[in-house]
Ligand binder design. Structure first.
Ligand SMILES: O=C(O)CCC(=O)C(=O)O
Length: 314
């Protein structure tokens, strides 16, 4: 286990929590959606929000995981228009949200013991299985992304995402305020019919080897997406809220150029621009994205007993 994952386990998630600017807070009162498992679980959660853990795995573990994912049999990949993905842990029946379980692969549960480390963060402590039982692997080539979306009610209201191979910016959106109807009601039949705000309210910079946990209200009150661009520039970095957790010098440099505070100046050679300089005056620093593989882990609370259940699988 890497040093930081051990410390995540012992000192709890709180030290990794990201501060959301007041102007970017979501109004829970605008949320009228009811979902079976996630609402019930989230109501008793003590920690809600976004938690960013840098260096959750080592560089060697990252290489190993990339090797395992890339050597999966071809049919394991589902090829979408703008990315490829693998499902692990079983398929989720669309209508019922029930998992038809399959064992998670050794490279998630044995070496490296990613699932155990995620359990130790206590992010899933109130979920039915106290840890993830399902995993999606997404592969994004530079220029590929994922549309803004929410993860929905089939899962416990927590998601842990490990990033491999490249940084990315996860853009966070709020739901648009609901327009009252002529009768003054804001009820709606379908959560999916809700509109989101057009622009992200903030972004979370995910470095390779980092783990991002989204939990509780944050899971439900915001949508997330990744823009389909091949490099990130000053205007994109200016929205980042986790500058002080970023370790990689080239990303720290980009953040400094965008006027975002980082923990330490990585090299004296970088010019720190005067406070108050508008981003338009700043040099355009572009950081190329490479191919990124993400491992997204969640707990599907409803699990089919089927053959897997009879055999004692989770
Ligand atoms: O790749 C990521 O970091 C996000 C993945 C995601 O949002 C999803 O699989 O629903």
């Amino acid at each position: 286990m890497s040093t930081s994952s051990s410390s995540a386990a012992t000192s709890g998630l709180a030290r990794y929590q990201l501060d959301i600017p007041t102007s970017a807070l979501a109004s829970s009162s605008t949320r009228t959606r009811t979902s079976s498992t996630s609402d019930r679980s989230a109501s008793s959660q003590s920690q809600h929000g976004f938690f960013y853990i840098p260096d959750f795995i080592t560089a060697e573990e990252e290489r190993y995981l990339m090797g395992k994912i890339n050597s999966a049999p071809q049919p394991k990949w589902k090829v979408l228009q703008a990315r490829r993905l693998q499902h692990w842990g079983g398929q989720i029946a669309q209508k019922s949200g029930t998992l038809i379980p399959e064992p998670l692969p050794d490279w998630l549960v044995r070496f490296p013991n990613i699932v155990q480390r995620v359990r130790e963060t206590k992010a899933f402590v109130e979920s039915k299985h106290e840890g993830p039982n399902h995993c999606l692997v997404n592969e994004y080539e530079a220029g590929q992304g994922i549309m803004p979306h929410e993860d929905g009610g089939a899962y416990f209201a927590a998601v842990a995402t490990l990033s491999l191979g490249s940084h990315t910016l996860l853009d966070i959106y709020r739901w648009a305020p609901e327009e009252p109807t002529a009768t003054g009601s804001t009820d709606h039949d379908e959560a999916d019919a809700r509109a989101r705000e057009q622009h992200p309210v903030f972004s979370i910079l995910q470095e390779r080897r980092s783990l991002l946990i989204t939990r509780g209200d944050a899971y439900k009150d915001y949508l997330h997406g990744i823009a389909d661009r091949s490099s990130d520039t000053t205007q994109h970095f200016a929205r980042v809220i986790n500058g002080s957790s970023i370790k990689a010098p080239h990303l720290q440099q980009a953040l400094i150029s965008a006027g975002v505070a980082v923990q330490s100046d990585p090299a004296q050679a970088f010019e720190v621009l005067p406070a108050g300089a508008g981003t338009k005056q700043l040099p355009r620093v572009g950081v190329e994205r490479q191919t990124r593989v993400s491992i997204t882990m969640r707990d599907v609370e409803r699990v089919s007993k089927g053959l897997g259940g009879v055999l004692g699988r989770r």
